[in-house]
Write a protein of this length. Sequence first.
Length: 312
Amino acid sequence: MSASSPQVWLPAHFASPADLPPGLDYARWNGRSAFPSDPAEVVFYAPPLTQDIDIISKPLHRMTRLRAVQALSAGTDELRAELDRLPRPVTLCNARGVPAPSTAELALTLTLASLRGIPESLRAQDRGAWSPRFFPSLYERSVLIVGYGAVGSALEDLLAPFGCAVTRVASEERDSRRGPVHSVTHLPRLVADADVVVLSLPLTPRTRRLFDAGLLARVKDGALLVNVSRGAVVDTDALLKEAHDGRLRAALDVTDPEPLPPAHPLWAAPGVLITPHVGAFTPSLWPRLEALVRRQLARFAAGEELENVVSR
């Protein structure tokens, strides 16, 4: 491998790079070992598959020739902030759409588990207590999907057999194959009618704490809030108050802060179900990610526009 050859760093999970575009030297890095080559020669970086931004960003300041970063997640807010600190522009691409099937599946799982009282049944099982109770069904309930992108669309497909009345919300009004998508400006009215509110929108300056105390107060009494997007989309203190008042339930795959500290009050909040940001992580994820990276490298080598560009 020539020290002056343009380098591509791939995740350690990546299969043999033998059939990748010629003219580039490929190396794999797991985020923990020594750097596999000189970071100063890297022009394309696909970071290790981790949520730890410290690992992902570790070599960035030394990548003086870096032109493109292909994130392995749909959310890139922390990585984008790291790239903004570099003295030169770098094209950042995300994995939009790749985690959608498994994330939508978890959103449905959290919804069903919370509505049907699975956490309560598990606690009763731990006590050896036979404690039957009445819990609501998902069938024919009203579901508001806030963030109608790949995850939101996939979730609606999964909801179809339940006969739910689905309302769709995105940043701007548009039509979808299943019906109209409403603007986020209508949220104060729409949340008042939904039995289940599912958040699957990206974290941006506009969406940070979008669900603040004011908007949460407008959510229908007894509703379930499901968050599979980013924790900071919701004001945690305001959600805690609603949960302790018994007015809202919540099922969260993401939290703010994250990871959630052991003593954080959200762990013990009544009616709150928490999973540790695992929506995307299933065995089917990696083959889809690798296919995306291969497509991107072919485009990069050919000088073509990359997919899923977030910023440049």
